[in-house]
Design a protein around this ligand. Structure first.
Ligand SMILES: Cc1cc2nc3c(=O)[nH]c(=O)nc-3n(C[C@H](O)[C@H](O)[C@H](O)COP(=O)(O)OP(=O)(O)OC[C@H]3O[C@@H](n4cnc5c(N)ncnc54)[C@H](O)[C@@H]3O)c2cc1C
Length: 384
């Protein structure tokens, strides 16, 4: 006989989105089952760069990012674990006047969304951040952003959710999802069955396979952002640094962890596949990134790279996620396709999805992320 679980909410996918939602649902006293094919936080949520950055985002995403940032500041107290969140600032740098004008313009607009940024130029920039290279013209500084350890964050949410009563099933792949009457029936590859009146699909790059079973396919594609880490050197670079540029290979970012290593990425994505759950590093991307980070911070140019990696991330053509209720099925919700910038949003997405599932509405505007925007898309990729 297959094992049967009945609960209030089933969450499929234990990345940071699913694990945080399960945690915040339990905080609201709602029964929840969190189901993960592998281990919690094993995919994009555990392999990312660790940027907890708001500046540079799509402006209408800032209310969600602000809500998330507030939670990042309380995570240790909420989860009872340190996820190495360091609010040490974020610096977005420009090499020319055109990009400087763009970041100045963004600074003006971001203020309306509650994000205060400071423009710093020329010598003033180098006085304050002496490691910045001579080619950099100006930068915008976001003092309350920073970075965290992606290996720790989603598993910490999963463990905390479990401690406060979530049923957590790892190594359990869901293969069939359907609505039967007022309930969702969810079937795992090992025969386990789960039933609940509400369902959240937070399955990252695999979300489209499940949304398609409800007649809501989306044009989701998988790519692998390219990461690397160097040998350690004395801790000196506090802010996360990123480049604003219209030239793809110039767009790199780096952060130094307190142990001294420099983590960097950007500048081109590698091949990734939802079928194999693998993402490959292209060595030419790593070499190009290294050239670019040495341009940004010349003192790094003789470091040894000790490890490279990538991860399977899901993208939509408009570069914003799918988040909110289904357009077709009552009780069904989505949070997937975070397009390379979901780590910062994770705690906020969890809080908002729990609010939405519990109350039917949310204080944070998420309308731009509705799945209905793909309703008439002709070129929706069929799930593989
Ligand atoms: C290399 C890299 C660097 C990045 N850098 C940053 C960054 O610096 N800052 C930032 O904000 N964002 C960054 N991102 C993006 C960020 O990591 C993701 O947007 C975010 O982690 C997505 O979380 P998720 O929970 O939606 O997806 P995932 O972490 O992919 O989790 C989805 C989970 O669903 C599970 N699943 C799928 N199908 C099923 C099924 N049928 N049954 C059961 N379980 C299933 C999967 O196994 C997976 O664990 C980066 C991403 C990558 C890959």
């Amino acid at each position: 006989m297959s094992e049967v679980t009945r609960t209030d909410v089933i969450v499929i996918g234990g990345g940071i989105m699913g694990a945080a939602t399960a945690f915040f649902l339990r905080k609201r006293g709602i029964a929840v089952a969190l189901i993960e094919r592998g281990l919690i936080g094993q995919q994009a949520s555990g392999t990312n760069f660790g940027n907890v950055r708001r500046q540079g985002r799509y402006l209408k995403q800032l209310p969600l990012a602000n809500r998330s940032r507030e939670i990042w500041g309380r995570l240790q107290e909420l989860l009872g674990e340190d996820v190495e969140f360091l609010p040490s600032g974020h610096l977005r740098l420009a090499y020319n006047d055109e990009m400087t004008a763009k970041i100045e313009d963004y600074t003006g607009q971001a203020r309306h969304y509650g994000l205060d940024l400071e423009i710093i130029s020329g010598n003033a920039l180098r006085d304050r951040f002496p490691f910045v290279g001579p080619e950099v013209r100006a930068g915008s500084y976001s003092p309350h952003d920073g970075h965290a350890n992606p290996r720790l964050a989603a598993p910490a949410f999963g463990r905390a959710a479990k401690r406060i009563g979530a049923a957590v099933f790892e190594n359990t792949e869901i293969v069939v999802v359907e609505k039967a009457g007022d309930e969702f029936r969810v079937e795992a590859a090992d025969g386990r069955l789960l039933y609940a009146p509400q369902l959240l699909i937070s399955a990252g790059a695999w979300g489209n396979r499940l949304s398609t079973q409800f007649g809501e396919p989306v044009p989701l594609t998988a790519h692998g952002p390219q990461m690397a880490v160097t040998e350690p050197l004395p801790y000196a670079i506090l802010p996360v640094i990123g480049v604003a540029s219209g030239i793809p290979h110039e767009v790199v970012y780096l952060r130094q962890v307190k142990r001294g290593n420099i983590v960097f990425g950007g500048g081109g994505r590698g091949p990734a596949s939802a079928d194999t759950s693998r993402a490959n590093v292209l060595p030419e991307n790593t070499l190009s990134q290294f050239t670019q980070i040495s341009r940004l911070v010349p003192a790094l140019n003789r470091l040894n790279i000790i490890r490279v990696w990538s991860g399977v991330e899901s993208y939509l053509p408009d570069d914003i996620p799918i988040m909110g209720p289904s357009a077709k099925v009552a009780g069904l919700h989505y949070a997937f396709g975070f397009c390379g910038h979901g780590f910062q949003l994770g705690p906020g997405v969890g809080d908002v999805m729990a609010e939405l599932i519990a109350t039917g509405k949310t204080e944070t505007p998420i309308e731009p992320f509705a799945i209905s925007r793909f309703r008439n898309t002709k070129d929706v990729a069929l799930p593989s």
